[in-house]
Design a protein around this ligand. Structure first.
Ligand code: CA
Length: 701
């Protein structure tokens, strides 16, 4: 009798569970530990899919045999014409995705019907604090809530069913230089989030907030503060021994702007830290030092945020070699021994395999060409080439990789079936030269302490052609056990999309030429490609509804490679931003509407009348304050205005109205009057006029 009752109760419970799961979309119970452990692949519950951040879908209905039949199931045009970097999440047939300007949208995942949308109304002037476009890389889901970090550094919890705000908290002082572009992660019922800002005055940290209440549970700083104040913990005391001078006045950097991985097996949270601030190491730490814990992988206790271990991948970083690229947890046979490891391929060009529990470096090998070291020593310490310490001299050092990184935030994926990691690799150098003694740190400045006027691309077709030739990208299939390349696919330029690996022997990746592609995971053979009209930088994901498999990706060219590198932005030939959610399935028949033309307008500047002194001063100030958004040598990509084409060049007063007084602040162009004088602003105009006339002579670009 008791047995029968128990059985009936069990049946009722499973019926209730099934109804709850199907009828309510993002169910009332919401995402929990059990949902995260579910292995069928229909859901995608965290940006990296599972805790392990492998971005591997176990779905195989779409596979190497039939991927040629993939077609568009639905698309949705976004209202933010900026870089789209997010990976959508799907739970029980509902897709939730963030877009540029930290907006959040929820859809019926199979049909694209919009269920709700949320706009945090980030003030557009925030853009001046963001190094790399108004991007957002995704949301987190937990317990019936959706979490998003906003560009102006708020963390917001939304009701998953309605999109209404449940709680909201500032993760940094409202007036600070901190931003958020990364996706929150969940660990132990808490929301874990870091910040961007290490190109400005910022002391990096990672924070854990209670998912229910938004209350701060713990915070771990990544660099030490003023040693005259008590250290927060022993880890900070130890780190302070690796700094010299008055680094805290610059903040120190080390911001946690992307990689955060929770590993239930070790009860650790791993995160990557960014560059020291400023980039020029001689300024922040004049007598040298490794500057812990910048450009490192750090592990902390998931309950307390207490330091567990670290490995610094780029000591004394002066090249912006952030270690913020995503961290994958995997179980691999290393030297014949089953090991629980971390896989990491940061900007510095090296692929690292760590023991997850102890942080012991098991192996390290460069996955692409690099010239800043002669290799790693037995402890994994890079042997830095003396000339790469450009701040010790007055010359220009061209480093490969450069500040864009050999691999940046574009997520890699790992297939347990092939044992390979699929890395979107950039091959692009960057010229570094230290600024002179007259350089002053400015509150609104992108404070690298470099002399970008010295390294700006010359208006010389041969020099441009040479730089363009050496700037490429590829999809690399890397064997993390052998530390060896298995195959790679070349692209015309860098800054291609993140990757998705599936059990159907497939790797999906969008690219900077405006295509979305599928490759055989074991061989790299291209099996399918479709024209999506705009560069894809985000990573794809896969989900299933009623047994049908879908592949989704955000399209929308942008991010740092569009706005900062000048003529190199256009290496892949397509600068147009069309921001869309794209969802594909076998036999999908939808078509995209025709793409609107992309045109910067005529290049018709007034004649150059500035004196040599004016133009030279303008070049300095342009390089310092303008180039990070409007492009090296005043050549912009497709997202921000190309100043060479600006009508305001013809009007000294109109130019002052925009640059000095902030007439376009609601579009993200702040008033520079606190930083630049009217004369300096006029000199910038003269510099841009000179550049526009030079390029008019060279021809269309
Ligand atoms: Ca950085």
């Amino acid at each position: 009798m008791r047995k029968a009752l128990t059985a009936i109760a069990g049946m009722l419970a499973s019926v209730a569970l099934a109804l709850g799961g199907c009828a309510n979309g993002v169910g009332s119970s919401g995402v929990d530990e059990a949902a995260m452990a579910q292995a069928d692949g229909a859901n995608w519950l965290s940006v990296g899919r599972g805790w392990d951040e492998q971005r591997f879908s176990p779905l195989d209905k779409v596979n190497a045999g039939n991927v040629g039949q993939l077609g568009l199931a639905w698309s949705y045009d976004l209202d933010t014409a900026r870089g789209q970097e997010a990976t959508p999440l799907v739970y029980n047939g509902v897709m939730v995705v963030s877009t540029a300007w930290s907006k959040v949208l929820a859809f019926e995942a199979a049909t694209g019907k919009l269920l709700w949308s949320y706009d945090p109304k980030v003030p557009r002037e925030t853009l001046v604090k963001a190094c790399c476009d108004a991007v957002n890389r995704g949301v987190a889901m937990w317990g019936g809530k959706i979490f998003v970090g906003t560009l102006d550094a708020r963390l917001v919890a939304l009701d998953a069913k309605t999109g209404k705000v449940v709680w909201e908290t500032w993760t940094a002082d409202k007036n600070s230089q901190f931003t958020i572009t990364g996706a929150p992660r969940i660990a132990k019922g808490r929301v874990i989030i870091g910040n961007g800002g290490a190109e400005f005055i910022a002391r990096g940290y990672v924070s854990a907030y209670d998912a229910e209440t938004g209350k701060l549970a713990w915070r771990f700083y990544t660099v030490p503060g003023d040693p005259k104040q008590p250290f927060e913990n022993k880890a900070m005391e130890a780190a302070a021994k690796t700094w010299t001078g008055e680094w805290w006045k610059f903040g120190g950097g080390g911001t946690v702007w992307d990689a955060i991985t929770y590993d239930p097996a070790t009860n650790l949270i791993f995160f990557g830290t960014g560059n020291g601030e400023p980039w020029n190491a001689s300024v922040r730490s004049p007598q040298g030092g490794d500057n812990l814990y910048t450009s490192s992988v750090v592990a902390v206790n998931a309950d307390t945020g207490e330091y567990a271990w670290h490995h610094q991948e780029t000591p004394e970083d002066r090249w912006d070699f952030d270690s913020d690229a995503q961290i994958i947890v995997a179980d691999l046979a290393i030297n014949g021994q089953q090991s629980h490891v971390l896989l990491h391929a940061p900007k510095n060009g090296y692929f690292y395999v760590y023991d997850a529990k102890t942080g012991k470096l098991l192996s390290g090998k460069n996955y692409t060409f690099q010239n800043w070291t002669t290799g790693l020593d037995a402890n994994g310490h890079p042997q830095i080439v003396p000339a790469a310490r450009y701040d010790k001299g007055t010359g220009v050092w061209v480093s490969v990789p450069g500040a864009g990184g050999a691999h940046s935030w574009q997520p890699m994926s790992f297939s347990p079936k092939t044992g390979l990691v699929y890395i979107p690799v950039n091959e692009a150098g960057f010229p570094y030269a230290a600024a002179g003694k007259d350089y002053k740190v400015e509150p609104q400045g992108f404070d690298t302490y470099l002399d970008s006027a010295k390294t700006a691309m010359p208006a010389d077709p041969a020099a441009r052609a040479g730089a363009l030739k050496g700037t490429t990208g590829r999809l690399l299939a890397w064997d993390p056990v052998a530390q060896k390349e298995r195959w790679s696919v070349a692209y015309p330029g860098p800054w291609n999309g993140g990757t998705l690996a599936t059990a159907g022997n497939l790797v999906f990746q969008g690219d900077a030429t405006g295509h979305f592609n599928a490759y055989a995971a074991d061989s790299g053979k291209k099996l399918w490609s479709t024209d999506v009209q705009t560069g894809v930088i985000a990573a794809p994901m896969s989900f299933a509804v009623n047994g049908e498999q879908y592949v989704a990706v955000l399209a929308g060219w942008g991010g740092v490679w569009d706005i900062a590198p000048g003529v190199l932005s256009a290496k892949s030939g397509l600068l147009r931003n069309i921001s869309r959610v794209l969802v594909f399935k076998l036999g999908g028949t939808r078509k995209l509407p025709p793409a609107p033309p992309f045109d910067k307008g005529p290049l018709d500047p007034p004649p150059s009348t500035g004196t040599q002194a004016q133009i030279s001063d303008g070049a300095n100030h342009y390089g310092r304050f303008c180039s990070v958004c409007h492009g090296d040598a005043a050549i912009a990509g497709g997202v921000n205005p190309d100043l060479r084409h600006s009508g305001a060049l013809n009007s000294p007063d109109g130019w002052q109205g925009i640059v000095h007084d902030g007439a376009l602040k609601d579009l993200g162009m702040v008033a520079w009057s606190p930083v630049l004088s009217r004369d300096q602003i006029e000199n910038v105009r003269q510099y841009v006029i000179k550049r526009a006339n030079e390029d008019k002579k060279i021809g269309p670009n």
